[in-house]
Design a protein. Structure first.
Lengths: 188, 155
């Protein structure tokens, strides 16, 4: 089978992103301090951050949510990559990226909007977030929303801890949660 | 049988990119193949949203590659000549002789001949790629071959 030269392959991927015909452009960032991250961008903004990406699984999920025209295109995610790099090296405390939460249920979106307001370097609790969205008894449901957060790190579900201050859980694993909280100085 | 779902474009592209480039290199030469390769997959990407199922994608993309090649050649003529490069990998000698002769054929006949004899696709696949039936594809291919024979005899 003929091998497509890397330069030609990259050129097509960049042209595809520039054509505006992609539903989602994604790339995998290897070697970040919290492991590899799959980052997806639609024409409306950042639409996926995923830990330990199994590209095959992530592809099907992205195609299901946003449409089948999903392609790896490193250049298309340059800005998201830059902001994530800055954040993960401690040089950035908030993100300026547009976010695309299509396919995320309304209740989840309301909770995530509150979550976005939790300041850098601080933590809140599941119960406090539940109270903020007007469902004070829904701490468990808040846990589910955090677990299904399509944009971890950027929407800071790592800043949500148990009432006792214990880290409780994290979709990306407790080690990552701890690392992020230490980076922000919220954990000593 | 369940209708095949449309795969994410990434998987479609990875599956077919090698064969599309080989096809274009054989037909257009190495230098022109790169631009045609990009144009073929950009066209496929544009049309991808309108696909109704994931059947016959190989025939579909080879038809687009063929169409892209014809369009580019018409624009460039008379300076550009279609060439057939000998290729060390996956050679198809019988088709190599036939290929240059398909250029003057009407597009449907040409695509049917190329896909049948160059790629050994079955007529149902070819029909689907051409937006018609297997029987129509068979007729187009045989009409194309007859036309080529007549041309050769006339020479």
């Amino acid at each position: 089978m003929t091998t497509v030269p890397a330069a030609l392959d990259e050129r097509f991927r960049a042209a595809a992103a520039a054509s505006g015909d992609l539903d989602v452009a994604f790339d995998i960032l290897d070697d970040t301090p919290i492991g590899s991250l799959l980052v997806g961008v639609s024409d409306r903004g950042l639409c996926r951050v995923h830990f330990d990406p199994d590209p095959e699984l992530a592809l099907d999920d992205l195609a299901h949510r946003f449409g089948p025209r999903v392609l790896r295109s490193p250049r298309a995610i340059d800005r998201a990559k830059l902001e994530l790099d800055e954040y993960l090296s401690g040089r950035r405390h908030g993100f300026d990226l547009e976010l695309d939460l299509r396919g995320t249920p309304d209740f989840h979106q309301r909770v995530l909007a509150e979550l976005a307001e939790v300041p850098y370097g601080t933590t809140t609790t599941y119960g406090a977030l539940a109270a903020q969205v007007g469902s004070p008894k829904a701490a468990r449901a808040i846990g589910t929303v955090m677990n299904r957060n399509p944009l971890p790190v950027v929407l800071p579900c790592h800043r949500v801890v148990g009432a006792s201050g214990s880290l409780t859980g994290y979709g990306g694993g407790l080690e990552r949660k701890e690392w992020l909280l230490r980076l922000e100085g919220a954990l000593l | 049988m369940a209708v095949a779902t449309i795969p994410p474009f990434e998987r479609f592209y990875e599956t077919h990119k090698g064969e599309v480039l080989a096809f274009l290199r054989r037909r257009a030469g190495r230098d022109r193949a790169d631009d045609l390769f990009q144009e073929t997959f950009l066209r496929a990407l544009r049309a991808y949203a309108r696909l109704e199922h994931g059947e016959h994608l190989r025939a579909w993309v080879l038809t687009i590659a063929d169409r892209t090649l014809i369009d580019a050649t018409r624009k460039e003529k008379p300076t550009a000549e279609l060439v057939t490069e000998p290729s060390g990998e996956d050679e198809r000698p019988a088709f190599e002789e036939l290929a240059p002769l398909t250029d003057p054929l009407p597009p449907k006949e040409r695509a049917a001949v190329v896909l049948r004899y160059g790629y050994e696709l079955d007529y149902d696949d070819i029909g689907a790629a051409l937006g018609s039936t297997g029987e129509a594809a068979r007729q187009a291919a045989s009409a194309g071959v007859r036309r080529i024979r007549r041309q050769k005899e006339a020479e």
